[in-house]
Design a protein around this ligand. Structure first.
Ligand code: FRU
Length: 502
């Protein structure tokens, strides 16, 4: 492959988040761990910086924080474009595509026919499969495609397949417009429908997309619950695209839940279509989890929003992925809460520079200067629910964030953060209720790259992710105490985040 020397120097190019070398990217796809390598495929249009006929782009990583670009993995064919889906290690060669000694990687995805080809057809979204016998480098489509046809469901897509350890079968989570369908198969080719979920549960402000279903231990207990992720667009709490989740049970056939409220994974405007890695149990074929992140449940989301994804002010490529995040399930009172927080390997990118304690009195803001805040991690422990942080630069751009204790809401104000004029909804101010933050102290962690901010309150209990396009990098940070008494920011750190890949 040719080395592109101007890569990473373009305005707004993320320095440590994954972005395609060039052209349009949306959802993460086919996330699977195999022989020490994390594969990341993604919705990709190689001809333009707007959405178009979808392919699967491909990148690999050993640590999830440094990436190597690979050639395009899947191209459209006569059955349609290649929409979102998943990949598995078919470790017992159930599909027969490989051998027991060299089990195949199998990708399961949606075929989508182009508009002109859809006329009068009910089957314009079907499910297909492809396999690789060389660790994901080259792929062969199954000649029996599609493996699941369609007799008239309008939005029928985004298969997430996983191995059901209890029932020794493959299970597929698939969305059908306003609900989830579960299917199973012994060989990844012949599929049987098991059940449906969700017509009367959760948020329905838009189409259900990109499901994921997986078990998770409740932190500090031996109890295991099942978590269902469903992305919806539109209908997110701060507009456009967002991801809701359900905590419940899966008996091998049905997903059920007592949950009555609507829960959101990330309240920011820019974390969509996130799904998690398929990881086989230890000692299964080729897997060795001596190194972190082991068998953690790790999510990557697309750091954009369909409301303005095609309008953002970049020229060579469009959009990036979130920092990989570890999911954990916490029980707070009688309720479950899904936390998401940067994986431990993110530490590989940080030079920790030392900490200090900062006290801020009302009306006496603290101002900190730094050469470039747009490649930093900032973290501290705070003893108040009243604070405001504002990043600024010499052009007068201002990016604000903080909690308003009167309404118990956290918000990110990017309305004057730099370029916001490319689409009318971009300047809105996303907010989230933070009623269940600990009363005493909690951690605030902020990760800033050239065109994004991710904020994690209390180790991922409340999370907000947003794109930003400052006209120059931020160089000052003002900390304010809008409330009454003093506020204390303990162990305050500003750390540079380095890029450790070419
Ligand atoms: C989600 C989505 C998926 C679909 C893909 C098409 O962002 O709409 O439902 O498979 O993008 O690119």
């Amino acid at each position: 492959a040719t080395v592109k020397t101007d890569y990473y120097t373009e305005p707004y190019r993320p320095q440590f988040h994954f972005s395609p070398e060039e052209k349009w990217m949306n959802d993460p796809n086919g996330m699977v761990y195999h022989k020490g390598i994390y594969h990341l495929f993604y919705q990709y249009y190689p001809e333009d910086i707007v959405w178009g006929p979808m392919h699967w782009g491909h990148a690999i990583s050993k640590d999830l924080v440094s990436w190597e670009h690979k050639p395009i993995a899947l191209f459209p064919d006569k059955h349609g474009l290649i929409f979102s889906g998943s990949a598995v290690v078919d470790f017992a060669n159930t599909s027969g595509f490989g051998t027991e000694d060299n089990p195949p990687l199998v990708a399961i995805f949606t075929y989508h026919l182009m508009e002109g080809e859809q006329a009068g057809r009910k089957d314009f979204q079907t499910q297909g499969i492809a396999y690789s016998l060389d660790n994901g480098d080259t792929w062969t489509k199954y000649e029996g495609n599609p493996v699941i046809g369609n007799d008239g469901i309008k939005d029928f897509r985004d298969p997430k397949v996983f191995w059901d350890k209890v029932n020794h079968t493959w299970v597929m989570a698939l969305v059908a417009g306003d609900h989830l369908q579960l299917w199973n198969s012994d060989d990844l080719k012949k599929w049987t429908k098991l059940s449906e979920f969700g017509k009367d549960k959760g948020a329905h402000g838009g189409v259900w997309e990109c499901p994921d279903l997986f078990p998770l231990k409740v932190e500090g207990t031996d109890e295991e619950k099942w978590v269902l992720l469903i992305s919806i667009n539109p209908g997110a709490p701060n507009g456009g695209s967002g991801t809701q989740y359900f905590v419940g049970d899966f008996d091998g056939e049905k997903f059920t839940t007592d949950q009555t409220d609507i829960k959101w994974l990330d309240w920011g405007t820019d974390n969509y279509a996130g799904v998690t890695y398929n990881v086989l149990p230890e000692n299964y074929y080729g897997n060795n989890y001596a190194n972190d992140p082991g068998q953690d449940r790790i999510l990557i989301g697309w750091m954009s929003n369909w409301t303005y994804a095609r309008d953002t002010p970049t020229e060579k490529w469009r959009s990036a992925m979130t920092i990989p995040r570890k999911l954990s399930l916490q029980k707070l009172g009688d309720d479950f809460s899904l936390f998401n927080y940067p994986i431990r390997n993110f530490e590989l990118l940080i030079n920790r520079e030392g900490k200090k304690d900062i006290t801020v009195a009302q009306g006496e803001p603290e101002i900190l200067l730094f050469e470039n805040f747009n490649q930093t991690e900032i973290q501290f422990i705070i003893d108040s629910k009243d604070f405001r942080l504002t990043f600024g630069n010499s052009n007068g751009d201002k990016l604000g964030l903080g909690i308003d204790s009167e309404i118990h809401e956290f918000g990110i104000d990017r309305s004057k953060s730099g370029r916001v004029d490319f689409q009318e909804d971009f300047a809105s101010i996303p907010q989230m209720p933070v009623n269940d933050l600990p009363d005493s102290e909690y951690e605030v962690r902020i990760i800033l790259d050239l065109s994004s901010i991710e904020v994690f309150l209390n180790k991922g209990q409340y999370v907000m992710t947003a794109q930003i396009f400052p006209t120059e990098n931020y160089t000052d940070l003002t900390i304010e105490n809008p409330g009454g008494s003093e506020i204390n920011l303990k162990d305050f750190e500003i750390n540079k985040v380095k890029r450790i890949w070419k």
